[in-house]
Write a protein that binds this ligand. Sequence first.
Ligand SMILES: Nc1nc2c(ncn2[C@@H]2O[C@H](COP(=O)(O)OP(=O)(O)OP(=O)(O)O)[C@@H](O)[C@H]2O)c(=O)[nH]1
Ligand SMILES: [Mg+2]
Ligand SMILES: [Zn+2]
Length: 310
Amino acid sequence: MKTTTGKVITRFGADVMVKTKAGETLRCTAKRKFEQIACGDNVTIEYQPHGNARVIRLAPRHNVLTRPDFRGRLRNIAANIDQVVIVLSWRPEPFWGLVDRYIIAATLLKTNVILVINKSDLAAQYATEKAKICLEEYRHIGYNIIETSANKNTESIEGIESTNNAELLTLQQALNHHTSIFVGQSGVGKSSLAQCLLSEVTIRVGDISSSGEGQHTTTTSNLYDIPSGGFLIDSPGVRDYKLPTDISEQALRNGYREFTDYSQQCRFNNCTHQHEPQCAVRAAYKADTIPPKRYQRYLYLLSALCSGDI
Ligand SMILES: Nc1nc2c(ncn2[C@@H]2O[C@H](COP(=O)(O)OP(=O)(O)OP(=O)(O)O)[C@@H](O)[C@H]2O)c(=O)[nH]1
Ligand SMILES: [Mg+2]
Ligand SMILES: [Zn+2]
């Protein structure tokens, strides 16, 4: 039977949508052993004389972003990504613990991280001083932060260029030739931004409630081609993002890049930077040379890890 290769662009229960290397989009059936296939996976499919083609092989992945479901079982969100774009907004207000956990997960996956703060048109009305300070901490430690508004511009990439929307152009350039995933709270505008950047598709966006919460409009991850090269995955928004409970303390610390220069000077090389004597990270915190809010959240996460609810 004829076979071909392709990339999984989305899942519907047991079925997956595959874009073949020839460019056709096919609904394919995946057997139970391929239950964990995710958006972004590369697969081989076999055409059938009747009905849907079948997935017959899953290519090795270089990484996969997971999330525990409500029972604590790990679910794959997307595979083979090289950039995690954490999308935040001024309304709903950012949840910084979630940002830190996504950074820890992305560091484990060895991907680049970008922070997008969307709804800049609402900043004057909703941005609190505390939120601005928290965001500055990430800038201070070297994260690329792009401020956008998806509201002003629902045109295509050509449209963005012609209106000279510098923010969206910056984001577009950062996405080119990468496989990026938009992650973050529901209602921050992930799908709206994806729609601004991708002219040839129509992406559903939802309202936020009167309290500012998102409505979980996007229900499965979807992978889109970027016209100038690369892929963008729009993922369903979350209320919270938990890390796998078996994550190591070291993996947790690796998500705090601002510790690196100091941790080499700690007296103990397995220092947890909590209460050990001669801890250079804690000294840096006391001297205000590492961002205090991030450090406090690190301590909180470390205790959460010890109690198994991270
Ligand atoms: N004012 C303003 N509203 C925006 C902006 N971007 C998105 N919105 C609105 O925010 C709401 C939620 O947008 P979505 O794009 O559906 O958000 P999402 O992050 O994809 O949400 P989920 O799919 O639930 O995760 C919609 O009403 C959008 O019109 C923006 O830059 N400014
Ligand atoms: Mg969405
Ligand atoms: Zn230390």
